[in-house]
Design a protein around this ligand. Structure first.
Ligand code: SF4
Length: 711
């Protein structure tokens, strides 16, 4: 160990000395001879006139940097390193990349290994990740160079040079695919020279293609940056295509050449020398001129690398000081990107994004005996284990709204563990859990535990607990089939409200399912709900759902009754809205738009606005079955997320495509609230109406709905 450290230190000093010696040699020996030729070449150079090309060079360098860490992120994703977020890895990559300019170069690796180590990756996995990144980087530069060589024909590059380049690069590429050489290289990169590198993880062909593809994209932009820089300097006029192909070749070849003297910080001087040799033909056949242009291009590269590293450091600081705010900004950005992808998918472009609204029925067990739901009559399912759930969440990667459902979610002992896994892998903005409120002490204890987990794993995420409230006093107990349920509901609410005092991220709500059994007493229910001191009061129409085993039960109120009820809710919501802040008004306005929508869906029995179930929303049942929504449920299983299946495979399966087509054709309709809010976000007229209502609540009277109803 000590001798290795000494060798590394010696290499670092040697690299620094070589760089310093090269700089002195350049300044004292080369430059005096080069200067007249360089000055003659640049005599007519006008930077103002060339500003567009200079800007293009800088923009290409920045794009190259933007794509540069994507391969690294993919490798880490494949290695499934726990507790690691892609954006954190990206920031670390940019900062540690600057370590390549520090003598010894090892700082770059040390920085990455330390980062991975702090996130629980052992040294073997960390070094495997670093080894894989470098091996695929070599593969991609070889492929890039081989792809560019055929286009350099008119560049006056001697045929022998081209053939020699092609043969040596081809041989390097083949060698990289030879298992023995690869293992040896990995052993060196993993800093176990002469030893066994351990088992490098097998990457699927798809992952390899993505990793190599991102690397090649980054190198292409680097080559383009060099091309625009040479063009701006006045080189290659009239032979742009040939010069572009040589630039695309020069970048990877110069990187490979610099590997021979890896101890030179950043390969400064070495890479530019190779680029100068390859590009001199375009710069008045002068190595002095082409090498000078290449050296000055290094300033562009360092500036772009420095800009990303500085940006990463600033972001890191903001994350440390304002984690909640930064999470919210990230959530909003991801949500916007997913909505755009969903819209494009509806237009036939691309694939559906991962769901932004994920419902997971973690159990089918329930102690209630509700009249509106018969799930308690169904036999329990073979529930997914915590480990299986973790695998599924890791695969999904992100969601905005994580909705835990049941059965009764609080019956599962590992509910806090499930929420912990969701925080770690899905990073949701909102976690929502309904409950029948039959176990007040248990609900309180588990909620407290979940709040601690959220504060640790996903600070700033909101936790909403929503006990069911279907009537006042005996009516509640009758509908839910359990004597004493109402008093336990009140006990649960008091306990949750106490917790809320200490945890502002906890939101306590109640929800009423409006059925034929309580539709006539809604006035009393709404009035009581207003006195409960909860943050939100949500009501939903009782639906006949496959998920609830209540098809044909006749629990849904008729449209006329429902219309009258909705008008009452709208009036109450509009009244409440006047005293609210803008965010609260927007949420309430969305609900008002939903109320109107439901009345029309019920009356017209069609999707009034397009449904995005199976695109923006997904539902996973307790045994891993993947559905587009709880209404289509068992009859529309897209595949299995877990238990031998995988979420991605099910999400992209032929069956999933078939189901999405059926939904897009409007072969089903329903007022499912959870789904309706996603649909409203995607429907511009509905969204604008919600915004107008939020801004001018006075203009959104219930008269319009009454008139529509009369029509
Ligand atoms: S309309 Fe209703 S039943 Fe049909 S896919 Fe959408 S949410 Fe499911």
């Amino acid at each position: 160990m000590a001798s290795r450290r000494a060798a590394e230190a010696a290499a670092a000093w040697l690299g620094a000395l070589l760089t310093a010696a090269a700089a002195v040699f350049f300044a004292l020996v080369l430059w005096p001879g080069w200067r007249p030729r360089v000055e003659a070449f640049f005599a007519a150079f006008d930077p103002v006139e060339r500003r567009l090309l200079i800007a293009l060079s800088l923009a290409s360098a920045l794009l190259s940097q933007a794509f540069a860490p994507c391969a690294w992120q993919r490798i880490l994703r494949v290695l499934s390193l726990p507790g690691l977020r892609g954006s954190d890895a990206r920031r670390n990559w940019y900062v540690t990349q600057m370590g390549s300019y520090i003598p010894g170069k090892f700082w770059m690796y040390i920085g990455r290994a330390a980062f991975l180590g702090a996130r629980g990756a052992g040294s073997a996995r960390s070094s495997a990740a670093i080894a894989l990144e470098n091996i695929y980087l070599m593969v991609s530069v070889c492929l890039m160079a081989l792809a560019a060589i055929p286009f350099t024909g008119g560049a006056h590059m001697p045929e022998g040079v081209r053939v020699a380049l092609a043969v040596s690069i081809g041989a390097t590429l083949l060698a990289l695919f030879a298992p023995g050489i690869r293992r040896g290289l990995a052993a060196i990169l993993m800093r176990r020279p002469g030893g066994d590198p351990g088992v490098l993880p097998e990457l699927s062909l798809g992952n390899q293609a993505v990793i190599i593809g991102f690397d090649m994209l980054s190198w292409t932009f680097r080559g383009a940056s060099l091309f625009f820089w040479f063009l701006a300097a006045g080189a290659g006029a009239g032979r742009e295509v040939q010069m572009l192909s040589v630039c695309l070749l020069a970048m990877p070849v110069s990187w490979l050449a610099a590997l021979l003297l890896v101890i030179v910080p950043g390969g400064i001087g070495l890479r530019e020398s190779v680029q100068g040799v390859l590009l001199q033909e375009f710069a008045g056949a002068s190595l002095a001129v082409s090498a000078t242009i290449a050296l000055s291009h290094r300033i562009v590269l360092i500036a772009s690398e420095g800009a990303f590293a500085a940006g990463a450091l600033v972001l890191e600081g903001l994350w440390r000081r304002h984690p909640s705010m930064m999470r919210q900004i990230r959530q909003a950005g991801r949500l916007a990107a997913s909505l755009v992808r969903a819209r494009l998918f509806m237009m036939g472009i691309g694939s559906p994004p991962p769901p932004v609204n994920l419902t997971f029925s973690i159990t089918r067990r329930c102690q209630s005996r509700c009249r509106t739901c018969s799930i308690w009559k169904a036999p329990p399912l073979d529930e997914l284990s915590l480990a299986e759930i973790g695998d599924i969440f890791r695969e999904i990667g992100w969601t905005y709204f994580f909705n835990v459902s049941g059965g009764e979610p609080f019956l599962r002992d590992d509910l806090p563990g499930i929420v912990g896994l969701a925080c770690r892998h899905l990073d949701p903005a909102v976690i929502h859990i309904p409950t029948n409120a039959l176990l007040p002490e248990r609900i309180e204890a588990m909620t407290a535990e979940m709040l601690d987990i959220i504060a640790r794993e996903a600070p700033g995420a909101a936790l909403t607990i929503k006990p069911s409230f279907d009537g006042v006093g005996d009516l509640h107990d009758e509908i839910r089939g359990v004597p004493g349920n109402f008093s336990r509901l009140l006990d649960t609410l008091e306990r949750l409200k106490d917790l809320r005092e200490r945890h502002p991220e906890l939101h306590v709500g109640v929800g009423t399912v409006i059925s034929r059994d309580n539709a006539g007493r809604l006035g009393e229910i709404i009035e009581f709900a207003g006195r409960l001191g909860v943050d939100t009061y949500i009501n939903e129409i009782a639906e006949e759902r496959e998920e609830f085993f209540n098809l044909g039960s006749g629990i849904t109120p008729d449209p006329d009754t429902y219309r009258t009820i909705m008008l009452g809710f709208k009036d109450a919501a509009l009244e409440r809205m006047r005293g609210m802040k803008l965010l609260g008004r927007i949420t309430t306005a969305l609900r008002i738009v939903y109320y109107d929508l439901v009345v029309r869906i019920m009356e017209e029995s069609r999707q009034v606005i397009p449904c995005y179930a199976g695109i923006l929303n997904a539902h996973i049942n307790a045994d891993g079955a993947l559905w587009p929504c709880a209404i289509r449920a068992y009859g529309s299983e897209m595949g299995r997320a877990g238990r031998g299946g995988s979420f991605s495979a099910a999400w992209r399966s032929g069956r999933a495509r078939e189901i999405r087509r059926s939904i897009m054709r409007g072969e089903c309709s329903c007022p499912l609230a959870n789904q309706a809010y996603s649909n409203i976000l995607m429907h511009a007229p509905s969204l604008l109406r919600a915004l107008r209502t939020a801004l001018f609540p006075g203009g959104a009277s219930t008269r319009r709905t009454r008139k529509e109803g009369a029509g």
